[in-house]
Design a protein around this ligand. Structure first.
Ligand code: A2P
Ligand code: 11C
Length: 329
């Protein structure tokens, strides 16, 4: 099929192209799209060179599928135009996630909601995807009441400018700042912009998106999102209170049996998930699984995943694969 990748020169776009190639996604024609600044430049895909095209030209070419990862405003402006032309859009921005008419999909959890009529499909936020991957099987079995999460997020989630800021600071080079403060040797309790309630937008994505994905508003999530000077993935410290009691062995077994999850949990051998290990992998890694001894039916765990892969590109491509396999596109 003909597929457009919008934001092909960006942090997520580059990984999207790499994973489309790795998974041998059925592509007869690729349309790499970026801003007017990049039109005409070349990118490589499967040993061939492709010229970057504009959004206008990509729309005119009428691909069957377009994966957008070029920021919220590009998606707000252009996804409806593509959809009106009959093109199915998988959107990686936050633009459509909480729109009641759009589905928010993590394929392992709710791909079965998708139909041919879904023309704009939202990909959840990176920190949400790895969280719900671990919560979904446990919620099914023990029923969650409340989740308290603190994140330790990679600079790659902010984009190319932030990765460059960290590298410049590490090597003592003066350059453009993506953050209001240095990130090297620092931790910023500030991911995305602040909202009126004092939380950041990233924290509110973590509060709202899991309820929509799990189609259940009976549990709540409260979050603190922190940017740390790491590049390979996001980490999360998660405390979950359930309605029902659990056995730790069963929790490990549930997670172990969940496709897409790898349990790394052995204090005797210092085995636990870390961004350096999760980097460039598609799984969600879970460890430090232990009972919260201060409260009944409550669990602590540590979740790590590559935010550019399962947190963004891999999840979007899994949605595309589901659409193709089920003839929905
Ligand atoms: P460009 O490289 O031409 O700026 P990141 O999230 O890593 O910053 O990348 C953002 C991606 O979105 C890049 O590929 C960027 O292209 C693309 N992009 C930004 N603005 C637009 C726009 N108005 N139309 C199309 N693509 C855009
Ligand atoms: C971060 N979660 O790491 C962001 C990146 O809503 O898609 C992705 C922003 C989004 O800051």
């Amino acid at each position: 099929m003909t597929i457009a990748v919008v934001g092909a020169t960006g942090m997520v776009g580059t990984v999207l192209l790499k994973i489309l190639e790795e998974r041998n996604f059925p592509i007869s024609k690729l349309l790499p799209v970026a801003s007017e600044r990049s039109v005409g430049k070349e990118i490589s895909f499967k040993d061939k060179k492709y010229k970057i095209v504009s959004l206008h030209d990509a729309l005119k070419a009428k691909p069957q599928l377009a994966i957008f990862s070029a920021g919220g405003s590009t998606s707000l402006d252009w996804a409806p135009k593509f959809a009106e032309a009959g093109i199915t859009v998988i959107d990686n921005s936050s633009a459509w996630r909480m729109d009641p008419d759009k589905k928010l999909i993590v394929p392992e959890i709710n791909a079965n909601e998708l139909t041919k009529e879904d023309k704009i499909i939202a990909n959840p936020n990176c920190s949400t995807i790895q969280l719900v991957m671990a919560l979904a099987p446990l919620h099914k079995k023990y029923t969650m009441k409340r989740v308290v999460i603190s994140t330790y997020q990679s600079v790659s989630g902010t984009g190319v400018k932030a990765v460059r800021q960290m590298e410049n600071e590490m090597t003592g080079v003066k350059g453009e700042m993506a953050y209001p403060y240095p990130i090297h040797k620092n931790a910023l309790p500030h991911c995305d912009v602040f909202e009126a309630n004092g939380y950041t937008k990233e924290e509110m994505k973590l509060a709202r998106e899991p309820q929509k994905i799990l189609n259940d508003r009976s549990f709540s999530v409260t979050a603190t999102a922190v940017r740390i000077p790491t590049a390979g993935g996001h980490s999360e410290s998660v405390n979950v209170e359930f309605e029902n009691d659990f056995d730790l062995t069963d929790i490990r077994k549930e997670l172990h049996n969940t496709p897409g999850i790898t349990v790394q949990d052995n204090p005797d051998t210092n085995t636990y998930p870390m961004p350096v290990y999760a980097h460039d992998k598609d799984e969600v890694f879970v460890g430090r699984i232990r009972r919260d001894e201060t409260q009944p039916n409550t669990l602590n765990m540590w979740i790590v995943s590559d935010n550019l892969r399962k947190g963004a590109a891999t999840n979007a491509i899994q949605i595309a694969e589901y659409l193709v396999e089920n003839k929905l596109v």
